[in-house]
Design a protein around this ligand. Structure first.
Ligand SMILES: *[C@@H]1O[C@H](CO)[C@@H](O)[C@H](O)[C@H]1NC(C)=O
Length: 322
């Protein structure tokens, strides 16, 4: 992803974060269902109108629940909205009031993940669904669909509409996800713990900023953590091991195309701290399914002065700052 694309995403997120207050209010309102049930029907209808509503732009970023309506003002041939929730949430997207002309070449497609510059997150390798199952196509002749449930905290919708005044409404809801696997961070700083309990599955935590990542805890299976092996293999290949954590850096979102910065296949605590001077930094947990694996980490945005001066793409470690 180019710096400008990332700056755009960041600007969108900043402009949306000011609305988080309203989002919280709506959530709290829904949570107090006890009081809600005492309201009259009219009062309930009024309360439902509190649902956050705003127009959808041709290029947009949605980080709140709500109802977003797109109306074409002119032919709009290449539009996309990126939707993101908290790490422990998944998204439900639902189309309504659709007035497009599929036979004239209009379309609305939803995708379970993000596609940025032709690259997908989660990568094809790390997603449990086949690629074609991750698309929901409103105009499909064989399997048209107007709802999409994401597998992780991101999803997107892209659309093409020729006729002015045609459009649709997109409802975004967030649902709790007890076992988050692939995650896109909304923020350039924070902390997270990824847990993979006895499943043969690989999970990536992606931060689309240059960051410093500090692994604070790593536990790869009971058996191994009791072995007092010297951590001599820490910097050599862990790929022979079925369970490991790797740090990746790169300028796109597809983890299978990113550069390995470091890998760790021993359980230790107080581990390591790495600066990754790329547009995208990833913590990837590879699990064989034999163990309960757990990795905890913290991350913060690199200062401008910490970024690499030159980027030599031919070098494997071009993202590494130190
Ligand atoms: C997890 O990743 C490793 C290394 O990239 C790969 O060998 C393995 O097949 C992957 N497992 C699954 C379930 O995709």
């Amino acid at each position: 992803m180019s710096v400008t694309a990332r700056t755009q995403l960041l600007l969108f997120l900043i402009s949306l974060s000011s609305r988080v207050g309203l989002g919280r209010y709506i959530e709290d309102d829904e949570a107090s269902d006890g009081i809600f049930s005492l309201l009259t029907l009219d009062q309930k209808r009024e309360a439902e109108d509190f649902l956050f509503r705003r127009p959808l732009r041709c290029l947009d970023m949605l980080a709140t629940e709500g109802s977003f309506t797109f109306v074409a003002s002119q032919p709009q041939l290449s539009c996309a909205a990126f939707v993101i929730a908290e790490p422990s949430e998944v998204l439900s997207l639902e189309l309504s009031d659709v007035s497009i002309d599929c036979s004239a070449g209009d379309f609305i497609k939803m995708f379970d993940g993000w596609i940025l510059k032709g690259e997908k997150f989660p990568s094809i390798q790390d997603h449990h669904l086949a690629l074609h199952q991750r698309y929901t196509d409103y105009c499909s002749a064989t399997a048209p669909g107007s709802t999409c449930r994401s597998s992780q905290n991101i999803a997107m919708i892209f659309f093409r509409i020729h006729r002015p005044d045609a459009g649709f409404t997109l409802a975004v809801k967030k649902l709790h996800n007890p076992f988050p696997c692939n995650i896109m961070s909304q923020s350039p700083e924070g902390s997270f713990t990824m847990v993979m309990p006895h499943q043969r599955r690989n999970c990536s935590f992606s931060i689309i900023y240059p960051v410093e990542i500090r692994l604070t805890e790593l536990s790869l299976g009971q058996a191994r953590s009791n072995e007092l092996s010297p951590p001599r293999q820490v910097w050599s290949g862990c790929s022979g091991s079925g369970d490991y954590v790797e740090l990746l850096g790169g300028n796109g979102v597809d983890t299978s195309k990113m550069f390995p910065v470091a890998d760790f296949c021993f359980s230790v605590s107080g581990l390591a701290q790495m600066k990754i001077g790329c547009d995208n930094s990833v913590v990837r947990l590879v699990s064989s399914g034999n163990y309960i694996n757990r990795v905890s980490f913290q991350y913060r945005l690199l200062e401008h002065s910490e970024l690499p001066k030159t980027r030599e793409n031919s070098l494997d470690n071009f993202c590494t700052v130190e």
